[in-house]
Ligand binder design. Structure first.
Ligand code: PLP
Length: 445
């Protein structure tokens, strides 16, 4: 049948090799459309998307401003390489520099998050004069599934595929305050200790050998939300040692954590040197990532060859989606809205924690992003299943939720709440009511 197959009559499992799953076990409904926070399925059902798909559809589904901008750009100019200029690429770069407060900096466009991180490392190494300079990242981080992305990540699922040390990547323990690897008593102390661990690793390697430190400032795939003490201490430690600091804002950017970029919570004096972003950059309407480079970094690389980039980087259609997304965040006040609704969601989740003993910890709340850490025992904080296994009862909860028209993200024993920033307040409340009932059913106290 192939291309003659009638739309909607084929099941992807027969032809597509899907990402991040056991291929033979893949089984998911077909999505045919969407509106706001809702996905429309081929069988006529509607599902409330409480994860923004892969924490990327910040503007919900089929936002009219994005659809119109892509259509208008397609009618004018679909594609031109970086050898030529494109008006929309320049406009988006300016808007990103403005959002970051990086006057005098530059933007390097990529196709997504992994290659944004790869290029940020390349640029930082170039700016350090260390083409193979050391890069420090964290255990239990996620920075992408390309080979350098896997090396940068501290992800047990993929670490066997790559020799991080051969790529000069060094991992340090994370600021995971709930189970602090440094044995600290308070979140603040854990954040300080984790920043100190980075400082010690730079000193041990020799600051003259280290090109960059790359971390997620807030929300990340592995559900660690650093305490507020972490970022300022990390910025101080890296600045004192002359090491470039790269903020991976692929998940935390564009309002997800209540600011354009999560680090902005700590003030402009704690700005990183490079920012990587993707996902919310276009509200996921088209694939696009970016490395936002400070003026200081730009000055160091401006007169050297920059041997970087893929054919489609800075694709005008994707830039048009990015520009429309940035304007929508601004015009609809979505960054502030995320902060406001995120605080309300966090309060409700803390109330759920009081009722359901399975919830050991509630993290996040800076915007519409929160993590429920499910435990076997509150006193010992033992996770409901060893990381990164998903507990059977959580899988069952997710299945029931989907059958009832509600979709959550989960990783291991962590339930991740990240609805689109445009979700209606009534929809948010309904979803949390439903979660309350699902927790009671699957984890009776
Ligand atoms: N960095 C972070 C913090 C992420 O969460 C992700 C994806 O989830 C990536 C990088 C990789 O982005 P992409 O899947 O667009 O390559």
């Amino acid at each position: 049948m192939g291309i003659e197959a009638e739309q909607g009559t084929r099941h992807e499992a027969d032809s597509v090799l899907h990402s991040w799953c056991v291929p033979a076990q893949w089984d998911a409904p077909t999505v045919v459309g969407g509106q706001g926070a809702w996905l429309h399925l081929a069988d006529g059902r509607r599902v409330l998307d409480f994860s923004s798909l892969a924490e990327c559809s910040h503007l919900g589904h089929q936002h009219p401003a994005l659809v119109a901008a892509i259509q208008a750009q397609a009618a004018q100019l679909c594609f031109v390489t970086n050898q030529w200029g494109a008006q929309v690429r320049a406009e988006l770069a300016e808007a990103l520099l403005d959002a970051a407060g990086f006057a005098g900096g530059r933007v390097f466009f990529t196709l997504g998050g992994a290659d944004a991180n790869e290029n940020a490392v390349k640029i930082a190494r170039l700016a350090s004069g260390l083409p193979q300079g050391a890069v420090i990242t964290r255990d239990r981080s996620y920075h992408g599934a390309s080979f350098l992305g896997m090396a940068l990540s501290g992800d047990t699922r993929t670490q066997a595929f790559v020799d991080a040390a051969a790529l000069h990547v060094h991992h340090v323990p994370p600021p995971y305050a709930y189970r602090c690897p440094f044995g600290s008593d308070t979140p603040a102390a854990c954040g300080e200790a984790a920043a100190q661990a980075v400082a010690q690793r730079i000193d041990a390697l020799g600051p003259e050998r280290v090109a960059a430190v790359l971390v997620e400032p807030n929300a990340g795939t592995n559900g660690i939300v650093p305490p507020d003490s972490y970022w300022p201490a990390l910025r101080r430690a890296t600045r004192e040692r002359g090491t470039w600091l790269i903020a991976d804002e692929v998940m935390s950017g564009f309002g997800r954590c209540g600011h354009w970029f999560a680090w902005q919570k700590h003030g402009a004096e704690h700005a990183p040197d490079l920012i990587t972003c993707a996902k919310g950059l276009t509200g996921a309407a088209l694939p696009l990532g970016a490395v936002i480079v400070s003026a200081a970094v730009y000055e160091r690389i401006a007169r050297q060859p920059l041997m970087a980039g893929l054919t489609y980087c800075g694709h005008p259609l994707c830039c048009a989606a990015g520009l429309a997304a940035l304007r929508t965040y601004r015009d609809e006040g979505l960054i502030d809205r995320s902060r406001r609704l995120g605080a309300a969601m966090f309060t409700r989740l803390q109330a759920l924690q009081r009722r359901h003993t399975v919830i050991g910890d509630v993290r996040g709340g800076d915007g519409l992003f929160a993590v429920l850490d499910l435990v076997a025992d509150r006193a010992s904080r033992a996770p409901l299943a060893p990381w990164p296994q998903m507990p059977a009862a959580l899988s069952a909860l997710l299945r029931d939720a989907l059958a009832e028209g509600l979709s959550f993200a989960a990783r291991g024993h962590l339930l991740i709440l990240a609805p689109p920033l445009v979700i209606a307040e009534a929809e948010l409340d309904q979803a949390l009511d439903r979660l309350d009932a699902l927790l009671a059913r699957h984890f009776p106290s």
